[in-house]
Design a binder for this molecule. Sequence first.
Ligand SMILES: *[C@@H]1O[C@H](CO)[C@@H](O)[C@H](O)[C@H]1NC(C)=O
Ligand SMILES: *[C@@H]1O[C@H](CO)[C@@H](O)[C@H](O)[C@H]1NC(C)=O
Ligand SMILES: *[C@@H]1O[C@H](CO)[C@@H](O)[C@H](O)[C@H]1NC(C)=O
Ligand SMILES: *[C@@H]1O[C@H](CO)[C@@H](O)[C@H](O)[C@H]1NC(C)=O
Length: 499
Amino acid sequence: MRSLPFLFGCLAAVLSPVSAASNSSDPLLSKQILPAFKPPQVFRNTNLVRNVNLEKGYPRETINVVVENIADKPQDEYYVPFKPSVIARVGGFEVRDKKDPEKPAFQAEIVEFDPVSQSSVEFYRVKLPQPLKPSEQQTLSISYSVLSVLEPLPAQIEQRDKQYVLYSFSAYAPSAYTTQKQKTKLKFLNADVPDYTTLPSPNADNPEDPTRQGSSFTYGPYNDIPAGVEEPVSVRFEFTKPLTHAKRLERDVEISHWGGNLATEERYWLTNRGAQLKNHFSRVQWQMTVYASPPTSALTQLRMPLEAGSVDAYFTDDIGNVSTSRFTATQRGSQLDVRPRYPVFGGWNYSFRVGWNGDLGRYLKKLATGDGYILRVPFLEGPKSSEGIEYERVELRVILPEGAKNVHFETTVPIISNETSLHRTFMDTVGRTSLKLTALNLNDEWRGRDLIVTYDYPYLEGFRKPLTITAAFVALFAVWWALGTVDTSIGAPRPKVKA
Ligand SMILES: *[C@@H]1O[C@H](CO)[C@@H](O)[C@H](O)[C@H]1NC(C)=O
Ligand SMILES: *[C@@H]1O[C@H](CO)[C@@H](O)[C@H](O)[C@H]1NC(C)=O
Ligand SMILES: *[C@@H]1O[C@H](CO)[C@@H](O)[C@H](O)[C@H]1NC(C)=O
Ligand SMILES: *[C@@H]1O[C@H](CO)[C@@H](O)[C@H](O)[C@H]1NC(C)=O
């Protein structure tokens, strides 16, 4: 019974073309604004190791820090400061107990202090699940990524040149407290790091700062750095891969109880943030090297692993069906390989739409009693690659069947808004319940996270769609029959109308 809903899906897709304009008036952050405030100095970081991974198109930072309560009362609020320009690009901020990483992440939210005096710092406020007693210690693992910060330098290159990018940051970890001992470790893609800031050696053991070891650098160790102090440094390193940035991803998951189908459609607005071409693109030169496939800063392919059992994949862009894609489905999983029509070099955009169907039984369970259902879908699917992809804005919409009620959801992805509304499609009578979730600053590493949705769907509602369609056919038949009984044949004698 997949073919009918699929057909209607196609019809609906034809009837509602996507607008390829990204909405730049959407707000970028949701945050809580508090009156003027400075985090109370109730903690001390006794030891801190910060790891900055630069192997992907966005830096990923993990700060492992031993914090100590130096106040005389138990404390449960720990603050992490960022400049406003940075905090708007920080994504996937999570804090866990380093000694117990399987436990759920701690509650964390952005708070902004003192907007009147244009404070130069904003904070994430982390709530420790158990208050830390005076002079006790706890090890936190703070992780996040920063979007749109690697800058190509030079900003323009030749088609076959290597690409270099610049990253500027502070050699001291962001901290709202005094840090007794800390170091910052950098991990690059390779050892090709032509430029980097050198600092005066912090102690006699290190002849130089940073210390280099192949593709790893270490700044520090530094002792007794006060709260909020920065030491600006920058590194310039080879990164001949695309800096794939999704300005927007709209992902729709549509459930059809009647067809036993789960239809997914994703619409992407991509930009390559990499270096721009110095000269015009030469297709001849491109074709000459395409078989050797040397490293390139252009985006040429997106590999999308899909859940096992996915079928009927399609890939269209602004021009139409793109035939250069490949879809493979095996028992263990499916994969959609999307090849843009042209190599997407730095500064170029590419928008497209992909979709596929899945067997609803793999995603949906009926609760043993009552009318309740529980749905589990990935929050994010999308491309997987060594250089990664960053998402500035993700809008996930789950379209439930007509008549679904009592919708609740759960996800570990940090979302900034949720909205439940009615969504009308082809042949709907009352409209379908749809749940829309928005998240900012995600990246491909969030692929594994689930969205769980529960809802009630009374048994009789299942007949609504077939009845609607039957009713439509009955109506059509009645019209046809009515037309058939009236003599409309051309040239038939018309009744004369008397004046
Ligand atoms: C952008 O968003 C605003 C407010 O959310 C809305 O009024 C406007 O219609 C949207 N524009 C587009 C092109 O989607
Ligand atoms: C779209 O392209 C695929 C190949 O990727 C092809 O199998 C399919 O028939 C095409 N569909 C249409 C409607 O042209
Ligand atoms: C890419 O899109 C942005 C806006 O989203 C636009 O400003 C820019 O000019 C586009 N680039 C190209 C090469 O069309
Ligand atoms: C959904 O949004 C409402 C406000 O619109 C908020 O009160 C509620 O906590 C949100 N639910 C979740 C699970 O985030």
